[in-house]
Design a protein around this ligand. Structure first.
Ligand SMILES: C[S@@+](CC[C@H](N)C(=O)[O-])C[C@H]1O[C@@H](n2cnc3c(N)ncnc32)[C@H](O)[C@@H]1O
Length: 214
């Protein structure tokens, strides 16, 4: 799987000095390297752009790497709201989004994402694209919260759903969030409000579309 991903990253994602500097800033600030893979980022850009989404919600900002890919999908008109536990991470992400030219189109809400999601629901906010990439144990809670904030036809993407391949291959170690992801994938696949698929890019992404209610 690693070789396949390196191959996809090398062929389909061009070298990008700005994104390289974002990854470097994450390291220099002593943060863990856990941004999406380059090809996963490219997929995010394409999904936002193909769906014409303009109001994107991200759960888990880290240093803004995926945020830049999401923003590239909506160009100069869209808005990104990003939820991040750590204020210092959100500050770095904001700086990096500004350097990428999206500083005025992004806003950060810091603290536990479940609290921010409740706040967004209370203020009747709506989004047409969601990217879930924070603490894995809360993925099902995040999915429920996203559904409450979703426009008809919205897209919900979740990262790391292959748990390093361990959801499909028992011999893979470590098994950090294998069971959580197996359950999440089952939920997404069988959810009455969603039409979904899992794409094995990076650490795996589920892509779901909220069914249009007439
Ligand atoms: C995998 S990283 C996100 C990577 C980012 N999406 C990217 O690809 O550039 C997960 C992030 O979720 C944040 N996080 C963890 N638990 C959280 C919570 N309960 N609420 C909000 N953010 C949380 C972490 O601080 C971390 O920055």
């Amino acid at each position: 799987m690693k070789k396949i991903n390196s191959y996809i990253d090398s062929v389909f994602q061009d070298e990008d000095d700005l994104l390289e500097s974002v990854l470097l800033s994450i390291k220099e600030n002593g943060m863990r390297s856990m941004s999406v893979s380059p090809a996963s980022g490219k997929l995010l850009t394409m999904l936002v752009s193909l769906s014409g989404s303009q109001n994107v919600l991200e759960i888990g900002a880290l240093g803004g790497y995926s945020g830049i890919f999401l923003a590239r999908g909506f160009g100069s008109e869209g808005k990104l709201t990003s939820l991040e536990l750590e204020e210092s991470y959100a500050n770095l992400a904001h700086k990096n989004l500004a350097e990428a030219g999206f500083g005025h189109q992004v806003s950060y809400m810091t603290g536990p994402a479940l609290d921010s999601l409740e706040q967004l629901e209370r203020t009747n906010k709506r989004f047409d694209f969601f990217f879930i990439d924070a603490d894995k144990e809360n993925y099902e809670n995040y999915l429920d919260a996203c559904l409450k904030l979703a426009e008809n036809g919205a897209i919900i993407v979740a990262d790391n759903v292959l748990a390093n391949g361990s959801v499909a291959d028992e011999t893979v170690e470590p098994k950090h969030y294998t069971e959580v992801m197996k359950k999440f994938n089952e939920t997404v696949a069988n959810h009455p409000q969603l039409e979904s698929i899992l794409l094995p890019v990076g650490d795996g992404m589920t892509v779901s579309r909220v069914k249009i209610q007439k």
